[in-house]
Design a binder for this molecule. Structure first.
Ligand code: SF4
Length: 335
């Protein structure tokens, strides 16, 4: 097994809430998150809205703050990176955002938006920029005829392809895609996902795919991390998490996907009731008010450190006494 491209250790992101009445309250958006990403791997980050997955994605690229813990990207200590290391991080990582229109400058043509990235990061000599822009447009399935169009003259799918072309322009080692198909029509979503699948195999991309659409994650991702209220509750290979989930929350999410429509997104209310506010986390296991398997210990003690159970890494009191062959299973998961 090669060294991880990204190593996340006990990461926490906390911030003061804004807004009337809660100005002094601390939002514990991400807590004790630990995982690795191997080169060429696609990792799906899933969970209900507000579970901290977007905050986590931004923190990994130093686009948002890190309160505690460590993130190592290809030798860069992200939390403690100086200006030169942050500049290298910007040259080697990219983010694709949810709203393809907002991600592009409305006054800039698509060609100039892609050329800007090549220019800023000095990826090709000035004389070769236009040729490279056209190559990138073709790579993401955009006709070069659109090079002088502005975002308002393009469809949502075309704008998202332009956003992907901008991300690819830096030849990134890592892309984080944050709900990058959620704002698109279903048929366009499928086209963008097929494009990502194709790019992944052609370019050996390392990708973190933040999504609430389980069908998309199942099709695209090698491994899945399930988050609930800022914590990882389950992690494993996609086929294991989807085929034999262990954590009660993951089980509920999987049960809520109808057989007849496996590509449907996460339901808004998979378990009945809203998740508790990250401003006011329940004691013990944060999932206990909604958990069908809750036990007295869950109301007072946080879940133990993750255990390997049937190939998945799970944080739950149900598996407190489970003896696991951690090393053997870890090797299986990361093989
Ligand atoms: Fe449910 Fe308890 Fe497991 Fe939390 S720790 S998911 S409340 S069984």
């Amino acid at each position: 097994m090669s060294a991880p491209l990204l190593r996340v250790e006990d990461l926490a992101v906390h911030f003061r809430a804004s807004g009337a009445g809660s100005a002094k309250k601390l939002v514990r958006a991400v807590n004790g998150v630990t995982f690795n990403l191997q080169p060429g791997e696609t990792l799906g980050l899933v969970g209900e809205s507000g579970c901290g997955k977007s905050t986590l994605g931004r923190a990994l690229l130093r686009l948002g703050q890190i309160t505690e813990g460590r993130v190592f990207f290809d030798g860069i200590d992200v939390a403690n990176a100086d200006a030169a290391a942050v500049a290298r991080l910007r040259r080697e990582t990219a983010m694709i955002f949810q709203d393809p229109y907002n991600a592009l400058n409305p006054r800039m043509t698509i060609g100039n938006a892609i050329a800007e990235v090549l220019r800023v990061h000095e990826k090709v000599p000035a004389g070769g920029i236009k040729t490279r822009v056209i190559e990138l447009m073709q790579l993401v399935g955009l006709s070069p005829d659109l090079i002088d169009r502005r975002p308002a003259a393009l469809s949502g799918g075309q704008c998202q392809r332009a956003g992907i072309a901008r991300a690819l322009a830096i030849d990134p080692k890592l892309i984080i895609a944050d709900e990058c198909v959620a704002a698109l029509d279903v048929s366009i979503q499928a086209q963008i996902i097929n494009l990502l699948i194709e790019l992944k195999s052609r370019m050996n991309l390392s990708l973190i795919f933040i999504a609430h659409d389980l069908g998309v994650v199942r099709r695209l991702c090698d491994r899945v991390v399930v988050m609930y209220l800022g914590r990882i509750v389950e992690e494993g290979l996609t086929e294991d998490v989807f085929g034999n989930p262990q954590h009660p929350y993951t089980k509920a999410l999987m049960r809520a996907i109808p057989e007849i429509d496996p590509d449907r997104g996460l339901p808004d209310d998979p378990l009945g009731g809203e998740p508790p506010s990250p401003l006011n986390l329940p004691t013990g296991c944060a999932f206990h008010p909604r958990c069908p398997a809750v036990m007295p210990v869950c109301r007072k003690d946080p879940p133990p450190a993750t255990r390997f159970v049937n190939n998945c890494r799970v944080a739950c009191h149900l598996y407190q006494d489970q003896s696991s062959t951690d090393q053997q299973t870890r090797e299986t998961i990361h093989a």
